[in-house]
Ligand binder design. Structure first.
Ligand SMILES: Cc1cc2nc3c(=O)[nH]c(=O)nc-3n(C[C@H](O)[C@H](O)[C@H](O)COP(=O)(O)OP(=O)(O)OC[C@H]3O[C@@H](n4cnc5c(N)ncnc54)[C@H](O)[C@@H]3O)c2cc1C
Length: 445
């Protein structure tokens, strides 16, 4: 029997890693607080299907997914709507969250992964500075050679790791997005090419709203950086109905408040006996909050690192390759995107209208496809050209200053991630992590 691995929480990346590791002879058990039938949310998700193949998982049956529609992004005044034009070969797929889970779990089961459902993890079991297992509600302790933390944004493991592990426990105020999502009855006649609308700084408020008109329902999502109540949901719903008579009153699915990490990746993702993946390591795309594809891609990097650790010591030092690879392939781009997120957050509605109306951002830049993994691929132009475009048309000195400032901040983010130690050395890693954290802490002020 191979070494014993615990996957804490049935997060997407954790499930993918569990399957691949079990297939390679490791003894893997997933501990999940929910019952199997309650996993996931009552709504659909969009992700890049190729990430499944990267994680050595087959495609789901064709009947289980559709291709995502192009989105139209509206400026705060709603005078301009920029519609994406994602090429066919770069389209993401849309799938019920429950079907994604069913697909990942049935694959993991076939690979020999064991599951313990209805099992709440309370925190890590530490032996000195090493994570040696997990502590379950009721006091049971389960030991393992490695714990993979796939328990999401508020992971009970990451948030309780002692300081000696060098891992950030908590999340800053502009780093989590509070979201409400529900599907409403679709009513009346409706015909539009803009079926998937996204409103930025909706009605001049610091919130993003999307409204996707599907065949059988209308999907409404509201997001902001602070918690909000049902009263706001009702207010936004009523405002949306004015422009969108197809939006009915009856809620038919969903209807919950949830949180998404929208920030730079975790500064240190590994410790002795521990590796974080998915939302627990903040692997979402900071500008849009998608995290499924990245978690799946990261699972491949983690499995490779684990299998290459011939002594099976699973220390911070041997697991560092995983973090290093994640940052090289994805994390450095997302760290820069996190800077852009803070920039967009500080624009007022007038400034964002100006950016739309003067063509500083165009439909091309909003064409986010399956392989949009960094700022360059998102902007479709070099960042330098983006700044040139802004300089040419920007008569507003305050806005221009903000744009130029973000240019230098993005460059700094790239420089800092490039300085991340390639090989593990506790002192060097800790020094680098302090610089990285201090950079974002300063930006958030
Ligand atoms: C409204 C909304 C819409 C989204 N849309 C998309 C989208 O379209 N595309 C996309 O790619 N991403 C989307 N995301 C983000 C996506 O859900 C995550 O990035 C992705 O699921 C990766 O997170 P995860 O699997 O690591 O963690 P999670 O999905 O949070 O899963 C963590 C698991 O750990 C379990 N767990 C937590 N605590 C404990 C505990 N104490 N004991 C035991 N188990 C525990 C949880 O029950 C859960 O099953 C969306 C998120 C939200 C909220």
């Amino acid at each position: 029997m191979g070494k014993k691995i615990i996957v804490a929480g049935a997060g997407h990346g954790g499930l993918a890693a569990a399957a691949d590791l079990s297939r390679r002879g490791f003894d893997v058990t997933v501990f999940e607080q929910k019952e199997k039938k309650d996993l996931g949310y009552d709504w659909t998700d969009i992700f890049a299907p190729r990430s499944l193949l990267t994680a050595n998982i087959p495609y789901p049956p064709r009947s289980r997914y559709e291709f995502k529609e192009n989105m139209t992004f509206f400026s705060p005044s709603k005078r301009i709507g920029l519609t994406q034009n994602v090429p066919e070969n770069d389209l993401e797929i849309k799938m019920e969250r429950r079907d994604i889970y069913a697909h990942l779990i049935s694959h993991a089961e076939k690979c020999g992964v064991k599951f313990r459902y209805s099992c709440k993890i309370e925190g890590p079991v530490m032996l000195g500075s090493r994570v040696a297992g997990i502590c379950l509600e009721g006091g049971e302790e389960v030991y393992a050679d490695l714990v993979i933390d796939a328990a999401g944004l508020d992971s009970p493991l990451r948030s309780a790791l002692p300081k000696v592990c060098g891992i950030e426990n908590s999340v800053g105020s502009f780093e989590r997005f509070y979201v409400y999502r529900a599907f409403y009855e679709r009513v009346g006649d409706y015909e539009s090419k803009e079926n998937f609308q996204v409103y930025l700084l909706h009605e001049g408020e610091r919130r993003v709203v999307w409204l996707a008109t599907e065949e059988k329902y209308v999907d409404m999502l509201i997001g902001r950086f602070e918690p909000f109540s049902g009263d706001e949901v009702e207010k936004v719903h009523a405002l949306l109905k004015k422009d969108n008579p197809q939006l009915g009153d009856k809620r038919v699915r969903g209807g919950s408040f949830v949180k998404i990490p929208v920030r730079q990746p975790l500064s240190v993702m590994v410790a002795d006996g521990y590796a974080a993946i998915g939302d627990s390591a903040f692997m979402t795309v900071p500008l849009i909050g998608s995290g499924i594809a990245n978690s799946l891609k990261a699972s491949h990097m983690l499995v490779k690192t684990i299998t290459e650790d011939k002594n099976r010591s699973f220390t911070a030092s041997t697991l560092w390759k995983y973090q290093s690879e994640y940052y090289r392939q994805l994390g450095n781009g997302y760290a820069a995107m996190a800077v852009m997120k803070l920039f967009l957050l500080r624009l007022n509605p007038g400034e964002l209208d100006f950016i739309f109306e003067k063509g500083i951002l165009t439909a091309k830049e909003f064409t986010i496809g399956a392989d949009t993994t960094n700022l360059q691929s998102m902007l479709k132009i070099s960042f330098k050209d983006f700044l040139e475009r802004a300089k040419a048309v920007c008569t507003d000195r305050i806005l221009l200053t903000k744009i130029l400032k973000v240019g230098s901040q993005v460059a700094s983010a790239f420089a800092i991630t490039a300085m991340m130690p390639h090989f593990y050395n506790a002192t060097a890693v800790s020094k680098w992590a302090d610089t990285y954290k201090a950079f974002y802490a300063k930006l958030e002020k």
